[in-house]
Design a protein around this ligand. Structure first.
Ligand code: UDP
Length: 327
């Protein structure tokens, strides 16, 4: 089987490339390298079943050509990361709205089963104890750029869902909850790689807000194998499916844990949201997934706890960069 992965040089896309290649599939990774990196794919450089194509999902002709030759499309390309969304709202909107429409329309045109990656951000400020796929969304004003990502991803889901239903082409929507692992960069805001990098360099750990906000971090090694399994499961078609972990922590406790696990001399500092992200920024206090739908569909059960996830990032950073060792 031949898969096209948009965003194939990104964090999740590169792990999905590894996984599908290991399963004996052919993979074409399409990426514009805006936030992805070729170094994420260096392990596949000499793999005949793997091909990298540098290009933009807004390039309709290119997308059409690649999708036409595929058996499955995994659409992961997106403008991601809070800094990116807040700094480049227009570019992010175009990629996340028009880009998804381009990929989905090509998949439907060529009748190629497709997956659209979405996010727990679609739940917005809903902080229910165990967010279920049908739960309500609670958003701030659309003119606050923070909410543009959630709004665009919600529309992506709608585009995928309606196209899937009307065409009968198999379609799965995955909602990722704070997925973390090696190769993830902290450059665009993601908290775990940021804290790990800060701790390894003995620089201040930058907790934003009070640090009482909570997240549930999921391992990329739990989430990625679930993706092809969902694509092989007709009961998953035309559904949105939560994927993530089960260990919830406050950001303050996360900071403490990273310092402890790295033996860092870093201090933990507190910064106002507005100073960190700009005026009018609103954060979600809590986001905890109910993954029982994925469990019912494919037996999904995350097995990596937070310490294992942090350790996988620390090992990766130590092996790829000349970071100072703890003293
Ligand atoms: N965060 C933080 N320090 C940082 C980066 C992020 O305290 O250097 C906080 C952020 O404000 C949020 C949480 O960590 O409350 C998770 O942030 P991330 O951007 O990783 O994910 P999301 O906000 O999308 O859940």
């Amino acid at each position: 089987m031949k898969a096209v992965i948009t965003g194939g040089a990104g964090f999740i896309g590169s792990h999905l490339s590894d996984h599908l290649i290991a399963q004996g599939h052919e993979v074409v990774a399409l990426d514009d390298l805006s936030t992805g990196s070729l170094s994420n794919l260096s392990q596949l450089r000499d793999t005949p079943a793997f091909r990298f194509v540098q290009g933009d999902i807004l390039d309709e002709e290119l997308v059409d050509r690649l999708v036409a030759e595929a058996d499955t499309v995994y659409h992961l390309a997106a403008a991601v990361g809070v800094y990116n969304i807040v700094d480049k709202p227009l570019r992010s909107l175009r990629t996340n709205l028009h880009g998804t429409e381009t990929v989905v329309e090509a998949a439907v045109r060529h009748r190629v089963p497709f997956m659209v990656a979405s996010t727990s951000e679609v739940y917005g400020k809903n902080d229910a104890d165990g967010l279920k796929e049908d739960d309500d969304r609670i958003y701030g004003s659309p003119i606050k750029s923070r909410w543009s990502y959630a709004a665009a991803k919600g529309l992506d889901e709608l585009v995928a869902h309606v196209h899937g239903r009307e065409s009968g082409v198999p379609c799965v929507i995955t909602r990722f909850f704070n997925v973390v692992g090696p190769r993830q960069t902290g450059q665009y805001g993601m908290v775990v790689p940021r804290f790990v990098d800060q701790a390894l360099k003995h620089e201040p750990i930058t907790v934003y807000g009070t640090g009482t906000q909570r997240r549930c971090f999921g391992s990329v090694f739990d989430v990625v194998p679930a993706m092809p399994r969902l694509m092989e499961t007709p009961a998953a078609y035309n559904r949105a499916v939560n994927l993530g972990g089960h260990e919830e922590v406050s950001i303050k406790v996360l900071a403490d844990r990273v310092v402890e696990m790295t033996g860092s001399r870093s201090d933990i500092t507190y910064t106002d949201y507005e100073e960190a992200y700009g005026e009018g920024y609103e954060d979600m206090q809590r986001r905890y997934p109910d993954t029982s739908l994925a469990a019912r569909l494919i037996g999904y059960e995350p097995t990596r706890d937070l310490s294992t996830i942090i350790a996988s990032l620390v090992d990766h950073r130590r092996s790829t960069e000349a970071v100072p060792q703890p003293v």
